[in-house]
Every structure is written in structure tokens, then in C-alpha cells.
Ligand binder design. Structure first.
Ligand code: A3P
Length: 585
């Protein structure tokens, strides 16, 4: 017996299939379950329980196809329903339609209600909380309408798919939770609609036996603490290839490993899964059109183009609004719509908005065919220091260009503090800047919280390193915010080059220094200027020397790291950084 200590813990194997009421029966006479096949299913379940405790088949149903076969097949349907209490059941779609084809949620609801009425009429339990979508459609990439309809009609809490994040490589499949529905990774068992007969197995039956006896199927169970398999009803009829496969697999596992296998009902199984893999709870959205299989199950009414080509990621108070407006002056560049609720930045990747999914995000961007330019961007200044954002952004927008602005982190912290005071933040009004930056452990929680929001974005090297883990350096532009402030024309020339945007726009003719504002502003026709609002370029006393000295010390190591990073990237050091480095010596 093979010693395999890691797997002496309980492993779980759940096997599902579609019952005699699924569509395949209509397409192909003779493959549906005859009474004998239904009987065999029950007997095999008993047999499998001697290898896998509590083993129970999960049977899916598409009620529309009930009693639509030959007389004998209809008897098979009836026999299955006679044994209704012996199995677990899950709703498939009423007519086996793919959910992503329903853009309108109410027609999806109607279909589900029909299947539920069918279940109630035939005493099929409706409270298992598990459902499976035909061809994985709507599960991933997420079709929000499906999740909503599942929740409303069936109170679905669990589903499974082979498609997240991709079908292949199988070992990278993961789970995630969306809209309170736990999506479990499903494994491939090597049996498909066309592999109906043992003798006709692709490559010969030897191939299937190899997979069972130490090959892919065996390894799948060995390497995954939880395995969910599913095959079509045709494989439970005919020469019962499905039953052959699972019985032989279980028997081989018994002979060659000391795995203790167990089956759990779907809801318990899902809880167990996310206890084992809590880090998988949060999904990582990708572009549905980057994977052919995903594209095929992505609603035709949704495009994949309503996404930005570049992003201005911050941090806050470095001149991001000025850059945003200068970019919008370019005839070929457009940005997202403002949020109808907050009129503020989208803040998708760094907040709970991310869990609303990519449909929510894409709503912020025009359909490219409806606008004159598809060179779209968004600016969310809190992306820069956010831990999750680079990974999430790179998963959805791997080709995007990333622009960040850096000013002296001490000035940034001070500007941010003044911004909080202007917004009447109680803590900022109560404490001096020095008190905020120098607060120690044990200080009031709200003061410590204000302190970290003030100081942490200035740890530039740490944040940049994270962006550079997910984006190649040639997709990341680091702008000196002090230069943007003093010489925006030169900076905008560089930005245009970096973005590769045409035509070249001459900012020297459209920007002018406004002495009253003390900043560069847009030059309008007739010689008037349009400057940023009162909240940008505020007047406030300069930072006191004690605070400046404190911050120079605080950021010293980080600034040294930043200089090394810029050196590695072959970029010149901004003058404020050189000055700070001088202070180190
Ligand atoms: P202050 O208001 O502290 O001077 P952000 O837009 O990222 O919040 O950054 C605001 C800062 O942008 C302002 O901070 C200001 O110094 C700087 N800035 C740079 N160019 C500007 C411009 N042309 N007009 C106004 N502010 C500008």
C-alpha cells in the first residue's frame, strides 16, 4: 500500500450527472436511461459507498425533457423519480439553454421557475442550494443575471465550473465567491457527450484505463483534497461508461493509496472548500475575450472593449487632477463617465466595487463604436498604494499602460493633511500636522488611522515594486509631479510619447500660467483661462521645519529604495529626490 500521509485526511469526491430529462436524449435516440440503467445507477451508488463514505450521485434535471423519449426511456425517467430520495438533485436549465443567452433577467427567471415547478410536482428536493449551468455558461465569465436569478428562484449558494480561471492547465483551477454564491472548481473526468462506449473511447479503452490506473484521473483525486466530477447522462446509460470509470477509479484509489474518501452535500462541501482555501474567496476578474472558451459563453450584448487603455493611478495630491484635465484636452483621449452617485472617481480595483464585477466597471465607459475615440482612461488616485489593485488591474487589463505621479512624499503628506482639514475631517482639525505624523502606538485610533492614510501612500518604492511585479516596466510611466506643476508642456510631450497617441497635441499653445492661481491652466478662446477648482492648488501656510525634518527622516530609507528602483529602470532621479538623498549624507 502506498504511504501517502498528506492525504490520510478525508478527501471528498462528488460525482454528478444529468438525468434522463436532459436535452441529449432528444438529440440522440437510445442514449437515455432505460429502467435498467436507472437501476444500475442506484446499485453502483451502493457499491461506491463501500469505497467512499456517504457517496451519493448529484443528478441534474432539465424538466422540459421529461417523458420525451421512447416508451422505455420514459419508464427510465419514472424509475429515477421513484428513487428520488436515494439521490441528491440539482437544477440544470429548464430547456438546457445557456444562461448567458438571456440578457433579460426576467426571462431567465421564468425558465427557472418552470424547472422549479417541475421539481415540486415530482417531489424532487428544491433546497440543496446547488445548481449547474449548461456548458458552464454564465458562471465564469460571470453573467450577473444568472447569479441573481439563481438566488431569487432557487436560493442557490453553490455551483461549480471547470472554467475558472481557465480550463487549462487543470491544476490551476480555483474557486471563488460571487454574490454569495460559492463557485467550486470542477475537475474533468475524461468522459464527454461523445465518449459513450467503452470500446469507442478516443485512442482506445486502454487510454481510459491508463487515466484511471495512475494516470490523469487518478492524479486528479490524489492531488486535490476535493474533487467534483460530472458527466453526461449518456455515460450512465448504454454500456455505463461513467459507472465503470468511477467504480474502477475508487477501487484503484483504495488499492494504491491510504486516502479516506468521503462525499459531502454540496453546501457543506463548499464550506469545507473555502475553509481549506480561504485565499480563493475573492475572484480575480479577467477579460472574457482573452480566452476563446470564455468568449463563447460571454453575452453577445456585452462587449469586451469598454475598458480603459491606460490608467492614472495616483497617489492622491501629486497633481493627478491636473494631469487628468490635460489628458482630456487631447482630441484622441477620453475618460470614463463620472459615477452617477458620487460624481467621483470609479475606484473599482481598490474597493468593494470590485465585487460588483466587470459589468459594473464597463458601464463607466462608452461603447467604442458610439464614440469618436476608444482611447479611454480612468484616474483613481487611490489605486497607487492599494495592495490588491496591481494584481487585479493586470488580470483584467494586462496591456494597459500605467501612469503614476510622484512628488516629495513629505509635501504629499502635508498637502493631504490640508485637504482633510479643508474637508473638515474632525481628527485633522483637532490635531496639528506634527501631531498627526508623529503619533505613536497608543495614540487615539482615529489619529493613528489618519496618520497611516497620510503617510503610507508616500512609501513609493514599496508600492511601485508591487506594480512592477504585475506590469512590465515599459508599461509603467513615473512622472515627476513637481515637473508637471512647473513645466506641464514638457511632461505632456513625454506622456504622449509613452502612450503612443496620435496626433501629437501641442500643449504649449493651450496651456498658460495663471499668475493669480499660481498654476498652469487651460487657455480658452478669447484669452480667458480655465483653472482647476479651489480644492486644487490651495493656499496654506508652509510646512514647519520640525515636521519637514521629521518626515525627511521618516521617508529616508524609502527614498533610498526609490532611487535604487529608478536607477534599475534607467530613469533620472527627480530633483526633489536628489535633495532628499543629500540630506541622508
Ligand atoms: P495642493 O492643493 O496641496 O497645492 P491631486 O489632484 O492629485 O489631488 O493633486 C492636487 C495638487 O496638484 C495640488 O496640491 C497642486 O499642488 C498640484 N497641482 C499641480 N499642477 C496643478 C495645476 N495646474 N493646478 C492646480 N493644482 C496643481
Amino acid at each position: 500500500m502506498l504511504e501517502c500521509p498528506r492525504f490520510t485526511a478525508v478527501g471528498a469526491v462528488n460525482v454528478g450527472g444529468w438525468t434522463g430529462f436532459a436535452k441529449e436524449g432528444l438529440r440522440n435516440e437510445g442514449i437515455r436511461k432505460l429502467p435498467a440503467a436507472a437501476q444500475a445507477l442506484l446499485e453502483t451508488q451502493k457499491q461506491l459507498r463501500s469505497y467512499i463514505s456517504n457517496f451519493t450521485f448529484n443528478l441534474g434535471f432539465s424538466g422540459k425533457f421529461y417523458h420525451t423519449g421512447t416508451v422505455e426511456e420514459d419508464e427510465g425517467d419514472d424509475l429515477l423519480l421513484k428513487y428520488v430520495d436515494e439521490f441528491w438533485w440539482f437544477p440544470h436549465m429548464w430547456s438546457h439553454m445557456q444562461p448567458h443567452l438571456f440578457h433579460n433577467e426576467s426571462s431567465l427567471l421564468e425558465q427557472m421557475v418552470l424547472n422549479k415547478e417541475f421539481a415540486l410536482e415530482h417531489n424532487i428536493p428544491v433546497d440543496m442550494g446547488y445548481a449547474v449551468a449548461p456548458h458552464h455558461s454564465g458562471v465564469y465569465p460571470v453573467h450577473l443575471q444568472l447569479y441573481e436569478a439563481w438566488r431569487r428562484v432557487w436560493n442557490i449558494r453553490v455551483t461549480s465550473t471547470e472554467e475558472y480561471p481557465h480550463l487549462k492547465p487543470a491544476r490551476y483551477r480555483k474557486g471563488f465567491i460571487h454574490n454569495n454564491i460559492m463557485v467550486l472548481p470542477r475537475q474533468t473526468c475524461g468522459l464527454f457527450t461523445h465518449t459513450i462506449y467503452y470500446k469507442e473511447y478516443p485512442g482506445g479503452p486502454k487510454e481510459l484505463d491508463k487515466s484511471i490506473r495512475g494516470g490523469e484521473l487518478f492524479l486528479t483525486v490524489l492531488l486535490n483534497p476535493i474533487s467534483i466530477f460530472m458527466t453526461h447522462l449518456s455515460n450512465y446509460g448504454n454500456d455505463r461508461l461513467g459507472l465503470y470509470t468511477f467504480v474502477h477509479l475508487a477501487s484503484f484509489l483504495r488499492s494504491w493509496t491510504n486516502l479516506k474518501l468521503h462525499t459531502l452535500p454540496p453546501l457543506q462541501l463548499a464550506h469545507k472548500y473555502f475553509q481549506l482555501f480561504p485565499e480563493q474567496r475573492n475572484p480575480l476578474w479577467q477579460n472574457p475575450c482573452d480566452d476563446k472558451r470564455h468568449k463563447d459563453i460571454w453575452s453577445k450584448e456585452k462587449t469586451c472593449d469598454r475598458l480603459p487603455k491606460f490608467m492614472v493611478v495616483g497617489p492622491q495630491k501629486t497633481g493627478t487632477t491636473a494631469l487628468y484635465l490635460f489628458l482630456l484636452m487631447h482630441p484622441s483621449i477620453s475618460s470614463n463617465f463620472p459615477s452617477p452617485k458620487t460624481f467621483e472617481e470609479v475606484q473599482f480595483f481598490n474597493t468593494n466595487n470590485y465585487h460588483k464585477g466587470i459589468d459594473w466597471y464597463m458601464e463607466f465607459f462608452p461603447v467604442p463604436s458610439n464614440v469618436s475615440t476608444d482611447f479611454m482612461f480612468e484616474k483613481s488616485a487611490n489605486y497607487f498604494p492599494s495592495e490588491e489593485t496591481p494584481q487585479r488591474a493586470a488580470a483584467l487589463l494586462p496591456k494597459a499602460k500605467i501612469i503614476t505621479l510622484l512628488i516629495n512624499p513629505s509635501d504629499r503628506a502635508y498637502s493631504w493633511y490640508q485637504h482633510q482639514r479643508a474637508h473638515e475631517d474632525r481628527t485633522a482639525l483637532q490635531f496639528t500636522f506634527y501631531e498627526v505624523i508623529s503619533a505613536r502606538k497608543g495614540a487615539p485610533a482615529e489619529l493613528r488611522s489618519l496618520q497611516s492614510r497620510c503617510l503610507i501612500p508616500g512609501l513609493y518604492a514599496t508600492h511601485l515594486d508591487r506594480w512592477l511585479m504585475y506590469y512590465p516596466a515599459n508599461q509603467v510611466m513615473i512622472i515627476d509631479g513637481h515637473q508637471l506643476r512647473s513645466d506641464p508642456t514638457a511632461v505632456m510631450d513625454e506622456v504622449q510619447k509613452f502612450l503612443g497617441v496620435i496626433p501629437h497635441f501641442n500643449y504649449s499653445q493651450t496651456l498658460t500660467f495663471d499668475p493669480q492661481k499660481g498654476f498652469w491652466c487651460q487657455l480658452l478662446e478669447g484669452g480667458k483661462t480655465k483653472c482647476l477648482g479651489k480644492s486644487k492648488g490651495r493656499k496654506y501656510p508652509s510646512m514647519d521645519p520640525e515636521a519637514r525634518a521629521y518626515l525627511s527622516r521618516y521617508y529616508r530609507e524609502h527614498n533610498v529604495e526609490l532611487s535604487k528602483l529608478l536607477h534599475r529602470l534607467g530613469q533620472p532621479l527627480p530633483s526633489w529626490l536628489r535633495e532628499e538623498l543629500q540630506k541622508v549624507r
